[in-house]
Design a protein around this ligand. Structure first.
Ligand SMILES: *[C@@H]1O[C@H](CO)[C@@H](O)[C@H](O)[C@H]1NC(C)=O
Ligand SMILES: *[C@@H]1O[C@H](CO)[C@@H](O)[C@H](O)[C@H]1NC(C)=O
Length: 224
């Protein structure tokens, strides 16, 4: 997403918040398409979306943000259209946000984790190898040997979906997520010493350790 790709800057909007919209050109051959009137006027990031972005900046007293929109479009060169928007200020010196501004990813990494679990769920080759599909309702105990929880129902019952939905019954216990010599495997094997604070599926309790546990799946299932 480097500007150096030679993005065609079709729609640069200098709005009160320094809005910048950059339709991405996936390859050189696509230049003509992106320069076409259709794409020039029909930008993916609508005025309404922009308005919403500005209300968010205000609501959170945020200095800046950037967004990416991807839409399937059979008329686009590779079947997809992309557009980036950048709003507000990136640095204390007042320089504006760009689509290349770097952010701390924080828990947005959870989106990628959930997506990667989805890849395992939809992996037919893997299902054939194991002789069994992995489903959202698959119990984590069936997949990870190190798994164990203090509460028997939770230990046996927790599914991939429960973990992704923060409804296992476990509270955060974030201090248990410290880096360990034995890595994630060691962290998982100590989950059994942590007290639950609700019953399985009783309530929503944000839990990073469950996501960390799921990040171990590729290693266990694909040796990757
Ligand atoms: C908004 O953020 C600025 C710094 O970016 C800060 O000086 C100001 O106090 C904040 N306002 C509120 C209401 O939090
Ligand atoms: C699907 O599973 C196969 C076989 O285990 C593996 O080689 C491949 O990398 C997996 N694909 C994805 C997208 O995870």
């Amino acid at each position: 997403m480097k500007l150096a790709y030679g993005l065609s800057l079709l729609s640069i909007l200098i709005a009160p918040y320094h809005a910048l919209q950059v339709p991405m050109r996936p390859d050189d051959a696509s230049q003509a398409i992106y320069a076409s009137p259709h794409n020039a006027q029909g930008t993916l990031i609508s005025e309404r979306t922009e308005g919403y972005v500005h209300t968010l900046l205000e609501k959170w007293n945020s200095s800046g943000l950037s967004v990416a929109v991807v839409r399937k479009d059979v008329t686009a060169p590779n079947g997809w259209r992309h557009e980036f928007g950048a709003y507000g200020v990136a640095k204390a010196d007042g320089s504006p946000m760009t689509p290349d501004s770097v952010f701390a990813i924080a828990s947005n990494s959870k989106l990628f984790l959930a997506f990667s679990v989805g890849l395992l769920v939809s992996n037919k080759t893997l299902a054939k190898e194991r002789g069994k599909e992995i489903k959202w309702s698959t119990k984590i105990k069936e997949l990870i040997p190190e798994w164990g929880l203090m509460d028997e129902d939770m230990d046996r019952g927790v599914t991939l979906q429960d973990m992704l939905s923060h409804r296992t019954g476990m509270p955060r216990h974030d201090f248990s997520g410290v880096q360990r010599e034995g890595g994630i495997s060691e962290m998982i094997s100590t989950l059994r010493y942590l007290r639950p604070s609700a019953e399985h599926r009783e309530t929503f309790q944000y839990n990073n350790l469950m996501y960390e546990t799921l990040s171990y799946l590729p290693q266990v299932l694909l040796n990757q």
